[in-house]
Ligand binder design. Sequence first.
Ligand code: ADP
Length: 475
Amino acid sequence: IRETDINGNIEPQTDVSLGGGPPSDLAEQSLLNKLIRSSLVRNMNQVEVLQRDPSSPLFSVKTFEELRLKPELLRGVYCLGFNRPSRIQENALPMMLAQPPQNLIAQSQSGTGKTAAFSLAMLSHVKPENHWTQIGQVMEQMGKFCPEVTLTYAVRGNRMERGVRLQQHVVIRTLSGEGRAPAVARGHLDPQWRGACACSSTWSSGPSVERGVRLQQHVVIGTPGTLLDWCSKYRIIDPKLISMFVLDEADVMIATQGHRDQSIRIHRLLPKECQMLLFSATFEDSVWGFAEKVVPDPNIIRLRREEETLDTIKQFYILCREEEEKFSALCDLYGGLTVAQAMIFCRTRRTASWLAGRLTEEGHQVALLSGELTVEQRADVIQRFRTGKEKVLVTTNVCSRGIDVEQVTLVVNFDLPVDMEGNADNETYLHRIGRTGRFGRRGFAVNMVDNREAFQPQHQPAGPGNLQEMELLIS
Ligand code: ADP
């Protein structure tokens, strides 16, 4: 699963960019990725650091204590179950907390602790006695022992009246907050989730503001359009008083119509000395061009994604003539194997729902993830599967990109992945089977083969030795 990055190096493709769907897919995918992740993604690679001033000493920390945070904030960090900084946090946190403030561009795959890092930096940066808006991301949980720091959300529907000046300390601008807000409000999201937009029960209504009444919240989380309105049209935030500005998920942000330009317009309103932080899971040319526009004189840190390994995955194929035969092969598999959890991929929604129905009739607990579901419904299905309520997840390719469920031990390609022309899609194949056998656990990938074009074992990068014909003699 590879693509070439800006330096011509080979870099594994990210979850969200697989298949390169339209921008709305990116935003949805990013949300689902956040939702299904309950813990830090392990990455043993070295962090690459490019300092603006190469002669200044490079600090990295192995403990949160070394950062000399306010005790209340440290309590919030430990309360979240963070024992030590993640790999990217080791370098990013000292840089973000340094005085004088330094700008930073940081790239690492999602799940490596970027959001937590800049949330901590912002909460640490806030001076509650200053009743004007600074910029940052709020993590309600992390800041829960700092009751003097408060927040609000700058998203569509949260109307502010002209002339009311915000007194929040932190404003967060995020991607697609609008789209996510209803999901948050309806309680579909894991309350632990503090991704690109923070959870809040007050999300949909927001603070009601009367003309002339000054808000007391210190933190604002917002989308570029609304935030721009609040800064320039309604003038309830004075951008000149902003001292820290964070752009999260820059790659997804620039793929969303209008967000790139709105971000640049907000950036122009900020004072020169404002600290700029930009985070992204990927670093294509477009992201880099955007980063250079909004982050002057940056320090740059990158944590390359770890190569996926297929060593612990056994791959098999079963020759089948048609769907009914595939189904009985699947039943035989279940008869002969103890499967903790399985993901089954189908080419079409029709096959997926047919298969889900048949498996349910056989007594399996089945979850069906398909394209007609809303993003909230999909999130719900994934959550249920993740927590083990269902043991089998039947899905089509489109809505399953980027889903990592650790306990999956069997991946079945009920239909092998093909591209638009019907040729074997090796990238998708690798990505699918990469879900199983994680963390050294043994995994099985079983392919039901009925299509000559889709099946080219000599092209499978894992090597033919690893792909064996499976006889239907298991039971
Ligand atoms: P990213 O922004 O890179 O996608 P997040 O900050 O959302 O990553 O972190 C991913 C997951 O790891 C979250 O569930 C978060 O609570 C957890 N996490 C972040 N930092 C740490 C840490 N230092 N120790 C343990 N868990 C962490």
